[in-house]
Design a binder for this molecule. Structure first.
Ligand SMILES: *Cc1c(COP(=O)(O)O)cnc(C)c1O
Length: 385
């Protein structure tokens, strides 16, 4: 079978060797503590599950959902955007249900890129911005995120040739994997830059509710004008522990949302209505759920950061998202350090370069591990070093 050139452009998975090693160890009964995955380990709140159960029994909820989302869900999302960010959006035209944020992120390039058009994509990053671009025959121009610049891209360094063909700037704060955050001045600067260069902004706000030390993440729409082509992605996966439910939404005032809607109308048929109704319940308890999750992740973050610092690692507690982005010790590269820990301590930290070349020299440590397992991991590390 010959695959399309589109598929051929998708780079091979870099870490199949490490994956094989993990599988082989598990097969012989190794007790691996994995800090690799970004999948919340805590249960979905009961009220949300109860709504799904009761609503899915009703026959009127069992048919095809509406393409752009159930009105009740979009109204709940709109109310939440208003209460949480002070952003007013029309639920009928400025909010669209997604099968998880990932679905919208992956499909957006099909709506806005022609072959050869450029997407400006940060790296290290969640891989879908670049892969969605390649699947739409677009080209990726990478913007390195460096610690020295607080993991913000340096927009003024983008060469004119790239800008000429660029159609969209992807941004994600609180950031996966670096834990970086974006303040108002950067977001205003990005909006000015987009206006000046005729770019849309696609803003991934999947971690808006998971922040620490008093930091509250904004929506970029707080600072956008009505005429700006800005689309913001939200997810219920991380905040409400609903990763498997596949529920999120896109919002924005420009025409860009309409384009994504055309793609979606022709590819998927929306999210099961009872899941969207469960999402309405999720919004109704978002404040409490968010607070509880922030407390759990903060405790884990502090346990890991304090433990690692005591062992001499160079680690900075992130202000947002659910990952610690740590420099590997002198003498190791990302894959080397990750393999070393796997062999010596049966611990898994994700090699940073799996998120882009600027991630070389880092590992990503996910906070989706219980306190007890964190303590166990720290004691294994201590005995290993
Ligand atoms: C987890 C994650 C998503 C995916 O969200 P879903 O709603 O589960 O599709 C999107 N963006 C980033 C940066 C993530 O880490």
């Amino acid at each position: 079978m010959k695959f399309s050139s589109r598929i051929e452009k998708i780079p091979p998975y870099l870490f199949s060797e490490i994956d094989k090693k993990i599988e082989a160890k598990k097969a012989v009964g190794a007790d691996i503590i994995s800090f690799g995955i970004g999948d919340p380990d805590i249960a979905t709140p009961e009220e949300i599950v109860e709504t799904l159960c009761s609503e899915s029994a009703k026959s009127q909820n069992q048919g095809y959902p509406s393409y752009f989302g159930l009105q009740e869900f979009r109204e709940a999302a709109s109310r939440w955007m208003h209460e949480r960010f002070g952003v007013d959006l029309n639920p009928s035209s400025e909010i669209m249900t997604l099968i998880g944020a990932k679905e919208g992120i992956a499909h957006l390039p099909l709506a806005i890129l022609d072959p050869g058009d450029i997407a400006l994509v940060p790296e290290p990053a969640y891989p879908v911005y670049a892969m969605g671009t390649l699947l739409a025959d677009g080209e990726v121009y990478y913007l390195p995120l460096k610690k020295g610049n607080d993991f913000l891209p340096e927009l003024r360094l983008i060469p004119a040739e790239a800008l000429e063909k660029a159609r969209v700037l992807w941004l994600n704060y609180p950031n996966n994997p670096t834990g970086g955050i974006a303040e108002e001045d950067f977001l205003r600067q990005a909006l000015d830059f987009a206006r000046g260069n005729n770019l849309a902004i696609a803003y991934d706000n999947a971690y808006s509710e998971i922040t620490y030390d008093g930091y509250v993440a904004p929506s970029i729409l707080e600072y956008a004008d009505a005429s700006d082509e800005v689309i913001e992605f939200h997810s219920l996966s991380k905040t409400c522990n609903m990763a498997g439910w596949r529920l999120g939404f896109a919002c924005g005032r420009g025409k860009i949302l309409e384009g994504l809607g055309i793609v979606k109308t022709n590819i998927d048929s929306g999210v099961f209505n009872p899941i969207q109704l469960a999402g309405v319940t999720a919004f109704s308890i978002m404040k409490e759920t968010g607070k509880r999750m922030r407390e759990i992740y903060k405790r884990r973050r502090d346990l890991i950061c304090n433990g690692l610092s005591k062992l001499g690692f160079d680690v900075v507690p992130p202000k947002g998202a659910i990952y610690i982005w740590m420099r590997v010790p002198e003498g190791f590269d990302s894959v080397g350090f990750s393999s070393y820990l796997l062999d010596k301590a049966e611990l898994f930290f994700t090699p940073g370069n799996s998120y882009g070349p600027s991630g070389e020299g880092y590992v990503r440590i996910s906070l989706t591990v219980s306190d007890e397992r964190i303590e166990e991991a720290l004691s294994r590390l201590k005995n290993t070093l």
